[in-house]
Design a protein around this ligand. Sequence first.
Ligand SMILES: *[C@@H]1O[C@H](CO)[C@@H](O)[C@H](O)[C@H]1NC(C)=O
Length: 314
Amino acid sequence: MMCPARVRAWTKTSINLLSLFLIIGLGIDYDGTHSAQTDMSVAYSLEEYVAAVVAGVGRVCDRKGVQHPVICSESGRAVVSHHSVLIFEAFSATAPASNMMDPATAYLLDELTDDCRSDYRNLMVSAVRGDFDTYGLYADQLKRHCAEQFKEGVLGLEHLAAVDGLCEIVARGMGAAEGPRRYHINLSVFTSLPDMWAIEQLFPIIPIQRLQERPAVDGVLSDLTCDSDGKVDQFIGGRSSLPLHELPTHGTRGYYLGMFLGGAYQEALGGLHNLFGGPSVVRVSQSDGPHCERGFMVWSREDKSISCRQTREM
Ligand SMILES: *[C@@H]1O[C@H](CO)[C@@H](O)[C@H](O)[C@H]1NC(C)=O
C-alpha cells in the first residue's frame, strides 16, 4: 500500500516534510464481495487504509527524526467511481433458440454439396444413436467442409448459417444447454467502456427496470459498432453471461441497463469511435439553495439547461 522506500528517500533530505501527497491506489469493491480473493474487490475499509498509511508514514518519520507531514491523498478512482452511472438501452436480442427446423433452413441444407451431405448424414446417425462425442466430430467436420466451400464460392453465407442452425438444434435435442442470447445495446464499447475492452476491467452491470421480475434469460451484450470486439461477455463474479429479462416481442422499446462505478475515467478516455458519438450527459447534484430547496439540481450537457427536481419527482 505505502511505498516505504520512497518515504525513506524523502526523509533522507535535510528538509522537513511539510506535506506528503499520496496518489496511491485505494481499491474499489467492484464485485461487492468485500474480499481479497479477487482483483475486483478490497478487504479493507477506508478507516483501515487511512490508519495503515498514517502509521506507516509516522513510523518512518519518527525513525529518521523528521517532523510529521500533513498527508493529502487523491485516490482517483475511489473518489469518483461511485459518481456516475452509464445507462443504455438493449433494443433487441437474438431470438430464443427454436427446437424445430424451419422450411427455409431445410431447403438450404438440401443444396449442400455431396461432401457436406455425407457429413450431415453421419451427424444425424450419431445424433439418433445419442453418441455426443461422434456427433461433435461430425459437426466440426461439416462446418469445416462448408467453410472451405464457402471460400471457394460454392456455398453462400446463408448455407453456413443453416448448418450452424442445424448443429444447434441437434445439439439441444441431445440435451446440450442453450448458449447465451445476444442483446444489442445502443452504445459503443470503445467510447463508453474503454477499460472493459482495453484492460478487461469489469464493472457491475444490471437491468434498471423490471426489477420485480426474475430475469429468465442469459445474455451477452453486443454493441452497435462494426467491430467484433464491441461486446461485453465477461461479468462480475466470473460469469460469462448476464441474467436479463426477455424483451417484448412487439414494438415496445425501452429496456435499460445500468453500468455502475465507471467514474470519470471511462468518459474521459473514450473517443468518438466510429463517429458513434458519446452518450448524453446529465449531472445531478443535491441542492439546498434558494432556487432549489431540498431538491436536486439537474444539468444537461445536451441543451445546457439547469432545472430543479424534488426527490419525489425523480
Ligand atoms: C441509439 O441512440 C441514439 C441517440 O439517442 C438514437 O438516435 C438512435 O436512434 C438509437 N439507435 C437505436 C438502434 O436504437
